[in-house]
Design a protein around this ligand. Sequence first.
Ligand code: ASP
Length: 331
Amino acid sequence: MKRRKFIQNASLSTFGIAAGTSLFASKKNIFSSEEKSAQIETANFPLVIATWNVKESTAEAWRVLQDGNSALDAIEKGCMVEEANAEGQSVGIGGLPDRDGNVTLDACIMDSKGNYGAVVYLQNITHPISVARKVMEDTPHVILAGKGAEQFALSKGFKPVDLLTDASKKAWEEWKKTSQYKPIINIENHDTIGMLAIDKNGDISGGCTTSGLAYKMAGRVGDSPIIGSGLFIDNEIGGATATGLGEEVLKTVGSFLIVELMRQGKTPQQACEEAIGRIIKKNPDFKNFQVGYIALNKKGETGYYSIHDGFSVTKYHDGKNENIPSDFYEK
Ligand code: ASP
């Protein structure tokens, strides 16, 4: 029975490679199958991978994993490092505000059992990832928004904090002079933190935390806290998470798409490339926005891909914590 399943998967995977290559070949012939297999990276467990250059976050997640803790614990602790970094202007405290000067945070977390929790439009709390975990573990719901999310956080002992730092306030005041809204590609080379981890038992969890697009309309919620868009985990298959223009990730349900493509036999790399291809096909304006995906499968293989140059990932495995530039579509 097991062997039959294996053969089935193997043939699906061969089909996946062929289908992936021909899809892209019709648009831009930049991915030969040799290149594709060269991009497959196998690693021993545990492993953690995150969007952007966040070595301190991955180091913390790795430390938690090395101690034999769950991928879920590693994700929460790893994301918390960046949320607490007031210098980072796209996550947690210090995040750039919306047009009205309010810092509003979105985050979600998903564990290996398929449980999910999220907060959207959360204000005055430094660690939305931890509040999302509490939503998942301590409530009958999966998403809490705005004031309700804040009240819930306070009831759980989170401390109220003014998230607008002087630097972010200054940047917002500068922005108000023109009030021109244009999503910036690779803002400060560091953005939403999406993180995927596989622990010593081979179980996968993920998290995603952000202050969203700078100077967004009040009330705007992006992809990051939405299951299937900013993050999706299926412990039988793997996980995926996103950064960049959330509206485009939402419209293509990017992270769910990547996991389903891996289920069909694609490698994490092929799946990320196809999900980016889906956005490019649907939106001719892709030259003006960035989206980046990362993926991890059950074997510990990883993949990452973006529309434009400048996206990178941080991966900690085999005792090495590395920031790696991602390949990209628009050459
Ligand atoms: N994906 C985030 C959002 O749309 C922002 C980002 O990653 O730049 O809210």
